[in-house]
Design a protein around this ligand. Structure first.
Ligand code: FAD
Length: 429
């Protein structure tokens, strides 16, 4: 499947398209990468941007956007070409996701949960150690998931948060999978489960545990539970500050049987991935890279008197506003630079410097997006933060980035400080 892009710079509804966040020539992207990223930008700007207000206001899931993502081949962006996907690597996916996040944060964030089920079981798993038989089994099983996505438009989510220390990587997941003949029986609870009630499969991180065994992080399983399976329920409401369209309610699993084909990764491989492929947790950042750009774009347009739906009043002649825009532009370029480097060097067994940079990139994007949005509101003024315009949504959505486990802003600071000062295994005793 190939992504098609308009040739004349006009989007799907005749909308004049924005320039890409990362210019393909300046950032040395291939034509194939540029085409996939442009497709995401075109869909985001021409279609998703108009729908974003309603999803946010009503805290409803962007179902229509998912139909469009499927039609555009973007549900399978990171599925290998041999399985009918676009075969995008980590960097290409991250750049495309940033373009979606620029126009609808909730769509980009939930799309990330979906895409990660293919990215982690795909290119990332290909980098990890498995014996030949395990790899053959994995290849057979992931083909089942890829076929559902490419052919039927199946949507996957990624609930791992439980409200305890597991999502931060501290202890084993409390959701348990008991091995039984032909599969597992799953019991547990996931909070903040984006796409709850809307995904077709919940990609649940859980601990495989036989009767009488002690829970261990090494035994983490990554299982796709059908949303309609007996024993799966969605409870609680969802009325948050931002990212309202993610519909991140609570999932309960009561004696849910899944067969062995549900495994998105073989035994032991998720634990290996978390140790050896740490950039897997940087995948929540592209959405917020897009939001940072969106807040900047809004400000320039608004101060030039070119914001659709507002009177053509220019405010750009005031030196204070020019300085604020300069500060925003500098911040944006700083975020772009470190983030582009981090997503470009993502790999198995990164060096210590690369890991510290990944934490720093995550921190810079998550905190920086909200700093830029805050400055945008102060600079543009009261009329700019009315709900008829997207800035206040961008501001609220951007505030949520720092809260995403396991790499929250606090935990990034924590890890950078500790890992910069201590080598592995070092103590002060
Ligand atoms: C819009 C949105 C969508 C989400 N979607 C998903 C999803 O699809 N799947 C999913 O699994 N989760 C999702 N999450 C959940 C997210 O990762 C958190 O689990 C969630 O914000 C709840 O965190 P908490 O209050 O339980 O954090 P707590 O564990 O109570 O921690 C509170 C804060 O303390 C800090 N902290 C936590 N542990 C430590 C530690 N060991 N050392 C030092 N500091 C620590 C962190 O900074 C954290 O933000 C989503 C969250 C949001 C806001």
């Amino acid at each position: 499947m190939t992504a098609q892009v308009s040739k004349n710079g006009a989007g799907l509804n005749g909308v004049k398209l924005d320039a890409p966040i990362f210019d393909p020539i300046a950032f040395r992207l291939s034509d194939e990468q540029a085409a996939i990223i442009a497709r995401a930008r075109e869909l985001g700007q021409s279609v998703f941007a108009q729908r974003a207000t309603a999803y946010d206001r009503e805290a409803t899931f962007p179902t229509e956007n998912y139909r469009d993502l499927h039609r555009a081949g973007l549900l399978g962006i990171s599925i290998p070409k041999a399985h009918g996907g676009l075969g995008a690597d980590y960097q290409t996916y991250a750049l495309a996701a940033a373009e979606i996040g620029r126009y609808c944060g909730a769509t980009a964030l939930t799309w990330n949960m979906h895409v990660c089920s293919t990215l982690w079981s795909g290119p990332l798993a290909d980098d990890l150690d498995m014996d030949a038989q395990t790899r053959t089994e994995h290849e057979r099983r992931r083909a089942i998931h890829y076929k559902r996505i490419v052919e039927d438009g199946a949507i996957y989510s990624q609930p791992f948060s439980e409200g305890g220390a597991a999502a931060a990587g501290g202890v084993a997941f409390g959701t348990e999978a008991k091995p039984v003949k032909g599969g597992w029986v799953v019991n547990g609870k996931k909070i903040f489960a984006s796409l709850s009630g809307h995904a077709d499969y919940y990609g649940v991180l859980c601990t495989e545990i036989a009767e009488g065994e002690k829970a261990s992080r090494r035994n983490t399983l990554y299982l796709a539970l059908p949303a309609g399976a007996d024993g799966v329920s969605v409870v609680g409401d969802w009325d948050p500050l931002g990212m309202r369209g993610t519909v991140s309610r609570t999932l309960l699993f009561k004696d849910v049987f899944v067969d062995e084909g549900a495994a998105l990764m073989p035994r032991g491989v998720y634990f290996q991935a978390a140790q050896r492929w740490p950039h897997m947790f940087l995948t929540l950042s592209p959405t917020y890279m897009g939001l940072a750009q969106a807040a900047y774009d809004f400000t320039v347009r608004y101060l030039r008197g070119e914001m659709p739906g507002t009177p053509p009043v220019k405010r750009r002649m005031y030196p204070t506003k020019q300085i604020a825009v300069a500060q925003m532009q500098i911040k944006l370029e700083q975020i772009k630079a470190i983030w582009f480097q981090a997503i470009t060097e993502a790999c198995a067994n990164p060096s210590k410097e690369q890991v510290l940079r990944a934490y720093a990139a995550q921190y810079s994007v998550m905190e920086g997006a909200n700093e830029i949005a805050t400055l945008a509101i102060r600079t543009c003024g009261g009329q700019a933060m009315l709900k008829s315009l997207p800035l206040e949504r961008i501001y609220r959505d951007s505030r949520c980035g720092s809260l995403m486990l396991p790499w929250t802003a606090e935990l990034c600071l924590d890890r950078i400080g500790r890992e910069a000062l201590y080598e592995a295994g070092e103590t002060d005793d």
